[in-house]
Design a protein around this ligand. Sequence first.
Ligand SMILES: Nc1nc2c(c(=O)[nH]1)N[C@H]1C(S)=C(S)[C@@H](COP(=O)(O)OP(=O)(O)OC[C@H]3O[C@@H](n4cnc5c(=O)[nH]c(N)nc54)[C@H](O)[C@@H]3O)O[C@H]1N2
Ligand SMILES: Nc1nc2c(c(=O)[nH]1)N[C@H]1C(S)=C(S)[C@@H](COP(=O)(O)OP(=O)(O)OC[C@H]3O[C@@H](n4cnc5c(=O)[nH]c(N)nc54)[C@H](O)[C@@H]3O)O[C@H]1N2
Ligand code: SF4
Ligand SMILES: [Mo]
Length: 706
Amino acid sequence: MTETTATHCPYCALQCAMALTQTEAATPGRGARVALAGRAFPTNRGGLCKKGWTAAELINSPDRILEPMLRQPDGSFAPAAWDMALNLIAERLAGGRAEHGADSVGVFGGGGLTNEKAYQLGKFARLALGTSRIDYNGRFCMSSAAAAGNRAFGLDRGLPFPVEDLDAAATILILGSNPAQTMPPFIGHLDGARAAGGLIVVDPRRTATARLTENGAGSHVQPTPGSDLVLLLGLINIVIAEKLVDQDYIDSRTIGFDELRRSVGQWWPERVQAQTGVPTQQLRDLARRLASGRGTYILTGRGVEQHADGTDTATAAINLSLILGLVGTDHSGYGTLTGQGNGQGGREHGQKCDQLPGYRKITDPAARAHVAGVWEVHPDSIPGAGLPAVELLASMGESGGIRTLLVHGANVVVSAPNADRVRAGLAALDFLVVCDFFFSETAALADVVLPVTQWAEEDGTMTSLEGRVIRRRTAVAAPAGVRSELWIFQELARRLDAPSRYSTDPAEVFDELARASAGGPADYSGLSYGLLDEGQAAYWPYPAGSTGTPRLFRDRFQHADGRARMFPVRARVADAPAQQRGILTLITGRLLEHYQSGAQTRRVPELALARPEARLQLHPATAAQLGVADGGWVDVTNSRGVVRCRAEVTLSIRHDTVFLPFHFPGEQSANRLTDDVTDPVSGMPEFKRTTVRVRALAGEERGADA
Ligand SMILES: Nc1nc2c(c(=O)[nH]1)N[C@H]1C(S)=C(S)[C@@H](COP(=O)(O)OP(=O)(O)OC[C@H]3O[C@@H](n4cnc5c(=O)[nH]c(N)nc54)[C@H](O)[C@@H]3O)O[C@H]1N2
Ligand SMILES: Nc1nc2c(c(=O)[nH]1)N[C@H]1C(S)=C(S)[C@@H](COP(=O)(O)OP(=O)(O)OC[C@H]3O[C@@H](n4cnc5c(=O)[nH]c(N)nc54)[C@H](O)[C@@H]3O)O[C@H]1N2
Ligand code: SF4
Ligand SMILES: [Mo]
């Protein structure tokens, strides 16, 4: 009898439910084959996107790494026994620490790791390596929205309500997110708002999501890239001026309204139109629609968050939600759409540089004492706060910076901003270790690559975009030669003589995590595998003795006085939109077929065939001016680098803007152009706006495969 295992998708935060059935066991040279189907679950209702239904290809891929790989003096890789590879790593880690101090060792984690791996990675870094230098790719993803949520509500859970609550909404404002391509099954939850004519999408591009507003389903607002903060200040101004605020809610549940009102006084509609390009009538209609009181949600995505003012923009979206009285009420709310599979849990259990498990602050003496108790170490042995991701990477090769780096679940040479600088930094390291199941572009630069188990080969938990803790389950045995990261941490900790325990059993690690989180903001202490396996829909906080919290902020916010904070934020007044001839604004983002740096999806034949390369989207008028033909080759340049790719001429983008996906490496890598300037509050880089020049290439200059 073949058994079917209930688990979830390896990719994004929607965590669509799947059923896996092994059709062929793993062999020493290849992962197992599985049959995969969608499974009923509230978020995906049995549906999967193209990435989800082709995910089985990842397990059986001929590209998998099946043995530890060691770089040879001639630069090539050769397989090595596990014992030898681990001995070498332990020796280099201990040597680096002895010679240059514990903070010369860096650790880079990922929002795709299970809660158990993320927790153990944070503990391993602090105790076994003694380093403060740990951060993760969620810094590129969720940090601005998280910072805004923390300062406004005193808590950061992306959606403080179950996704299904959106079904009953009459109005949904989506700012800078394209779920029709980034979470396709999610758009079913927009049907109610579309039927009520209330889906409003704010995006400089006419995306697949923006097109869902057609035929009376709502409206598309197409602002100048990076002008969302002004747009939101303008909407707040109109809501206040037209007395559309919910005064009872403001009085009873918030503080800071008077200052907020003063701070938006200058943003009258005409001025907002001048900065954003959004007509005043559209602004007024939008404000009135949001205040119509029929079930209204405001959702943000990376389009508004990945900016140097991303925290302030997310804060303005929250302020708008608060004056309208949406947050923590029936059938209305505010949320951010978390991105990576465990983007939510990955930011709760200690792989952030400033954080301990349970979303505790590493600088808080009580938090340190509690976690030290669980770890059975002295609080003083836990290092202090480290450096956020962009700074951590920038310190490679700098004096006092990191000299050794361990990477778990990120492909930074493709996905970090200012990628050429990151590549140079990685090259300057004394020693680089990458754990992955593929030779990602970052793994290809390593001294040692350790092959790890994949999603269908491991147990664990993931916390989805709605703050629901779900079970990832082992459906197939891993090929011989591959190991779990929990095992790797245990083996290295033993070789390093580290204090505390490093269990290889995910259920045991979860129980420890639950204890470490007890009493913290993200409290998992009432949860266990047993309870999750009974099918309990478990939303955190889930303290022992409770039944969890599907909906947050019903009675109070998490600040001591129970009230939400309205933080007045100010917009930098932008220079006149780039008038200089030939200068265009580049925005970057995602395509349906590829996931992140593409390390996984570029290895799935069906996806690679559908989208084999990056294309620069540009408007026909802009293309004509530059002499660029659809499908023709272009150079996209700025002071940081060059991208060479083909053009895709499309009416769906503004004249002054071009778009590149960031899923491709090498000469097509969008991050060769992005700036590593960061948001001062969150450390989030400005992926969504940079300036470039575009030049059509003549025949003889074309790319290699033209
Ligand atoms: N297919 C696919 N799905 C994914 C992923 C993937 O890589 N591929 N990654 C997952 C992850 S980790 C994440 S974080 C999510 C991200 O999901 P989204 O936030 O939906 O993805 P993006 O494409 O990065 O950005 C969304 C939109 O922001 C718009 N935008 C750019 N600049 C601006 C601006 O200044 N203002 C406004 N209003 N909009 C702007 C872009 O045109 C784009 O359509 O997707 C998840 N799902
Ligand atoms: N220009 C631009 N750049 C961006 C963005 C953008 O919109 N524009 N978006 C940013 C965002 S939101 C994000 S989230 C980042 C993501 O960017 P990355 O961090 O590069 O994300 P992935 O490509 O998912 O890389 C994950 C790597 O880890 C491996 N992996 C997966 N699961 C595991 C595991 O359990 N253990 C280990 N050891 N390895 C694993 C995969 O094979 C892959 O090589 O990119 C950011 N970069
Ligand atoms: S939407 Fe996300 S979770 Fe669902 S199948 Fe697609 S990639 Fe997987
Ligand atoms: Mo992300």
